[in-house]
Design a binder for this molecule. Structure first.
Ligand code: NAD
Length: 297
């Protein structure tokens, strides 16, 4: 047997707020492989997520063969703010933020050090994205909306690696999640989100080099197939995309979140020490097709 063994490792998964998304599935796989898991949850949904956990709302999706996902700690994290001074007063005083503290990236890193010591982490997962104008075609996207998408969905990874890098133990790994719209046109994936994903992918190889040399950290990016997560449902076309992929991919099963979970666990494990700076398509081969098969010839 060649197991994925993450015993003794600690992961931080940024972007978990329910049990429907890729972040949850990745957290579950990392935990199943033996890692302890902390998560970073966006302040506007922090209360809902922690209460739902307390009330056992995720009972249907929390178990895995031989165990059950649990979080060592849940941190509030808003990945568009690097340091406390970046948070504007209207956000700081917003009712969803006012009772929370230390939710910028730097403060979150400092909390991890306070809780677990100088070098608390082995695995960093970026599973978050936000594009306020995602429903707008690129041609109708404002500068503000475009830059907000890039800030929340791409620079957030740079900032996380920058500020969590010093916390990583040797031989650590980071993974982010992207989508094919960076490489090909996906109508409906607008608001600068396609551009943000292209930036995220490009930054993967540069971060792999820089963070690799600086902290002995590997950095990879998974280009995942469609999943009806909360974020994806906000785009409005996800069910159509799931059906389209099912008809037109090399494999005709519907993508499962757990498939991305196990892939991320592999990439963060000692089995994948040769892989860094890579973009890995995990979409049942959809990306490799050049002609739809649901159209009669
Ligand atoms: P999701 O809703 O489970 O995850 C997105 C998370 O981002 C949410 O928990 C949300 O609260 C968080 N978030 C938004 N803005 C944030 C901020 N400023 N700071 C911190 N957290 C913030 O949805 P998902 O689809 O699983 O998305 C996870 C990742 O997977 C994203 O990068 C997404 O683009 C990518 N992805 C998704 C699909 C898909 O079809 N669902 C396909 C390919 C890639």
């Amino acid at each position: 047997m060649l197991p994925i063994d993450l015993t003794g490792k600690r992961a931080f998964v940024a972007g978990v707020a329910d049990d429907n998304g890729y972040g949850w599935a990745i957290a579950k796989a990392l935990h199943q492989a033996g890692a302890t898991v902390c998560v970073g949850t966006w302040p506007p949904v922090f209360g809902l997520f922690t209460k739902s956990l307390e009330r056992n709302k995720f009972a249907d999706n929390i178990e895995y063969p031989g165990g059950k996902l649990s979080f060592e700690k849940i941190y509030p994290l808003d990945a568009v703010y690097d340091v406390a001074e970046d948070v504007p007063p209207e956000v700081r005083n917003d009712k969803r933020y006012i009772e929370l503290a230390n939710y910028t990236i730097q403060e979150c890193a400092a909390q991890l050090v306070k809780d677990f010591g100088e070098k608390p982490l082995d695995i960093l997962v970026h599973s978050l994205a936000n594009g306020p104008e995602v429903k707008n075609p690129l041609l109708e996207t404002s500068r503000k909306g475009y830059l907000a998408a890039v800030s929340a969905s791409a620079y957030s990874m740079v900032a996380l690696v920058q500020r969590f890098g010093p916390l990583m133990r040797p031989n650590s790994a980071a993974v982010s999640l992207t989508y094919l719209a960076s490489e090909r046109t996906i109508p409906g994936y607008g608001g600068g989100m396609s551009s943000a994903k292209a930036a995220l992918e490009s930054d993967t190889h540069t971060l792999a080099f820089e963070a690799g040399r600086k902290w002995d950290m590997r950095v990879n990016c998974i280009s995942a197939g469609p999943l009806p997560s909360r974020a994806a449902k906000a785009i409005g076309t996800i069910e159509k995309m799931v059906s389209y992929y099912k008809l037109n991919s090399a494999r005709t099963e519907v993508m499962k979140a757990d498939e991305i979970g196990t892939l991320a666990a592999f990439l963060c494990s000692p089995l994948a020490t040769s892989v860094t700076g890579a973009l890995i398509h995990a979409d049942h081969g959809f990306h490799s097709m050049a002609m739809p098969v649901d159209v009669p010839l």
